[in-house]
Design a protein around this ligand. Structure first.
Ligand SMILES: Cc1ncc(COP(=O)(O)O)c(C=O)c1O
Length: 356
């Protein structure tokens, strides 16, 4: 059975929107655009014209960066949009379910709730560094489970799912579930992207983003790679003209070799800072645990997380508190060396108080 049989029947019979034809050097009276060029901005493509329905040059460049054939990639408005498209494509409201490990990125559940898809949660234990137990995943799946979201490295724990476990998951779920590997933070870990497994598994879908390692969160650009029939379905669901001309041109520029080199160097600095910060934090008495991380953040447990949040806010340092979900845990994004030093000084002062 083809994996697309898992998609909603009404999506399987949906045709992609037929946009007005776009041909260079023609008189364009077919798209209700303005004939007057807008004076704002200095873009290669005039803003009075609609962008390409799907930006082909960008798709080519991103496919090359991610390491998949262009026809197996859909460029999306951040990877968030890809999560939404997948859930809308595969889950019938009130009938189908999707599985997530817990704790993980909260947007999976958010989009599931909008779609009316049931969420099956498989908890990962803090004592085992939040490793996902694939046997627990198999046990929790039922015949309605269309999607399995694996965030690797995981937000907020920084944990990577070992490759043999992922391959087992892909093999055993076969044509029963699409396994979605969210690699938003993959550049910060030591493992290669699992995109190279696309040739071997036709139930694998991989999410990538430019928001983290490439420093382009404001551009809202990412991508979803997978088997061609799945990408075709997602393409039919995605809005036409999804990416605006300024975004397309900005990202095309950001993918030039010199910018990529700078981004690579920035990632190395962030990884070095992450390890420096982790070592320093482990020496504080107010810190009870620092989990190893393959991402651009650390998950840290404090004696009193609320007090740490208050003192940091007073110093204009914002952190993310996971109280309730993970008792006394705070996720700390890695900043510049100076920003991290400011954080360490603030924590030192709390640590000092705790002795006095
Ligand atoms: C695991 C994970 N996936 C996806 C995203 C969404 O990223 P974006 O929509 O900016 O590509 C985030 C953002 O924080 C994330 O942590």
């Amino acid at each position: 059975m083809s994996i697309v049989q898992l998609a909603r029947p009404e999506i399987r019979s949906l045709h992609a929107y037929e946009a007005a034809e776009q041909v260079d050097d023609t008189i364009r009276l077919n798209a209700n655009e303005s004939p007057h060029r807008c004076a704002i901005g200095d873009f290669r493509r005039p803003l009075n014209r609609y962008p390409e329905v799907r930006p082909s040059k960008l798709q080519q460049a991103l496919a090359e960066r991610f390491g998949c054939p262009p026809r197996q990639l859909l460029v999306t408005r951040g990877s968030s949009e890809a999560i939404d498209l997948l859930i809308r494509t595969f889950c019938r409201a009130g009938a189908d379910s999707m599985l997530v490990s817990s704790p993980s990125f909260s947007m999976y559940r958010h989009y599931a709730e909008i779609q009316g898809a049931r969420v099956i949660e498989v908890p990962a234990s803090a004592e085992q560094d939040f490793a996902i137990d694939v046997d627990h995943v198999f046990a929790a799946c039922d015949e309605t489970t269309r999607l399995i979201f694996i965030c690797s490295p995981n937000n907020p724990t920084g944990t990577t799912l070992p490759r043999p476990d992922l391959e087992r998951l892909l093999r055993e779920r076969g044509d029963k579930s699409v396994v979605v590997v969210d690699e938003a933070y993959v550049e910060f870990g030591g493992e290669a992207s699992v995109i190279e497994l696309l040739d071997r598994f036709d139930n694998l879908v991989v999410l990538r983003t430019l928001s983290k390692a490439l420093g382009l969160a404001g551009a809202r650009c990412g991508g979803v790679a997978g088997p061609r029939p799945v990408i075709d379905l997602l393409n039919a669901v995605q809005a036409p003209y999804a990416l605006a001309t300024p975004v397309v041109e900005c990202v095309e520029d950001a993918l030039r070799a010199d910018h990529l080199e700078t981004a690579r160097a920035n990632v190395s600095v962030i990884v070095a800072e992450r390890e420096r910060l982790a070592d320093a934090l482990r020496d504080f008495d107010i810190v009870t645990r620092v989990w190893p991380s393959d991402a651009n953040f650390l998950l840290v447990r404090f004696v009193d997380a609320a007090a740490v949040m208050r003192r940091c806010a007073a110093q204009k340092v914002l952190l993310r508190h996971f109280g309730g979900v993970l008792e006394d845990c705070i996720r700390i994004s890695i900043g510049t060396r100076e920003e991290n030093d400011t954080l360490l000084r603030t924590l030192e002062s709390i640590d000092g108080d705790s002795h006095g």
